[in-house]
Ligand binder design. Sequence first.
Ligand code: FES
Ligand code: FES
Length: 166
Amino acid sequence: MSKFTLKVNGGTHTVDVESATPLLYVLRNDLGLQGPRFGCGLGQCGACTVIINGVATRSCVTPVSTVKSEITTLEGISKNGALHPLQQAWIDEQVPACGFCQNGQIMTAKALLDKTPHPNDTQIREAMARTLCRCMTYYRVQTAIKRVAGKRSVAEAAAASQEVVA
Ligand code: FES
Ligand code: FES
């Protein structure tokens, strides 16, 4: 066991764990942050996504010992009790079905919009392509991202529904 100090959502936490422990386990089990989910545990689905140094990162395959930068989890994106615009858009567009993948969808979308505030359709599809949803919410995810980006009106986005990502 070794001690690691992590900066998470503006706070600092010291944990005493094995160096190879996945960051996901530390966030959920040691820090009580339940936003990131365990889906595949193999870096394949995206359910465990957090943002590290501006990059959407799969915490299930990230050893805690390798993390040197600030970590943002789903719990950290709202400010002063106000929902993040993506969270509001997720409500407005009624995006989730079962909800299990939605941490990954929102955190991946946030990393995209932080870097590219007005992404085009291709950029959105490419950024979200590896974040899997067994309930097939992909179209609503894209519509919600476009709502936040202000790239199109909702009506325009609906008219473009033929661009649904399978
Ligand atoms: S749980 Fe991490 S990518 Fe699936
Ligand atoms: S909403 Fe069910 S897996 Fe995506």
